[in-house]
Ligand binder design. Structure first.
Ligand SMILES: Cc1cc2nc3c(=O)[nH]c(=O)nc-3n(C[C@H](O)[C@H](O)[C@H](O)COP(=O)(O)O)c2cc1C
Length: 202
């Protein structure tokens, strides 16, 4: 399968068979996330694999505003941003990029002054937004890799963060930005409508 085919064939899948999703397959998705690019190579993403049926069923309740179909997924990947480690990790990876000759000292200094420091002293939402942008790339990679592996996924943005953090006992400092429902597809939906090219080329 080519990347183009994976992009064209991907759909949000909300009906799954009862076939469990093996840990091996889930780790293939995490590997796709792990290899994704991120600003300053900061990699602010963290993931919790939820495979326990009771927890999955629970996620289909108030935690996702009653999106019952989530409860029938084979697994759910809780996609988090680590805003507490983000700046420290960014500074470390900037050093590594500098040492590898991929960033000039001037550029590294500027990234710190005009990107990291404002994020550090700005509202918490700024850091979370930047980390979430990076996480989105990793989630996209997982969704495309899933197509190649014959799995279906749906990105779930409608969620109750506090409920999920408490139920799953997630470490302090992790923000839940999205859930990725994963399973063996029990539906083959037609492509969903998209805006025409002339509307998105500005
Ligand atoms: C940021 C984001 C949040 C989303 N949140 C939800 C959600 O909470 N529930 C849901 O059923 N689908 C959700 N979706 C899936 C979209 O509805 C879906 O991608 C869109 O309708 C296009 O359909 P397609 O993915 O099949 O091409 C979300 C997608 C994205 C990218």
């Amino acid at each position: 399968m080519t990347v183009q085919e994976a992009i064209a064939n991907r759909r949000s899948i909300r009906k799954f068979t009862d076939q469990p999703v093996t840990r091996e397959l889930l780790l293939e998705l995490i590997e796709a996330a792990r290899l994704s690019p991120s600003g300053c190579n900061s990699q602010p993403w963290r993931f919790r694999l939820v495979t326990d049926h009771t927890d999955i069923e629970w996620l289909g309740g108030p935690a996702t505003a009653g999106q019952r179909w989530v409860g029938k997924a084979g697994a759910v990947i809780v996609c988090c941003v680590d805003t507490s480690a983000y700046l420290c990790d960014s500074r470390a990876t900037i050093r590594a990029l500098r040492e590898a000759g991929l960033m000039t000292p001037e550029f590294a200094q500027d990234v710190d002054e005009s990107y990291l420091k404002p994020a550090e002293s700005g509202p918490p939402g700024l850091l979370r937004g930047a980390a979430s942008l990076n996480l989105a790339i990793a989630i996209s990679a997982m969704m495309l890799r899933a197509v190649e592996l014959g799995l279906g996924t749906t990105w779930i943005g409608r969620l109750e963060e506090k409920l999920i953090q408490e139920r799953l006992g997630l470490p302090e400092g992790l923000g839940v930005a999205a859930l990725l429902a994963v399973g063996h597809p029990a539906e083959d939906p037609a492509p969903r409508p998209r805006k025409p090219l002339d509307e998105i080329l500005v």
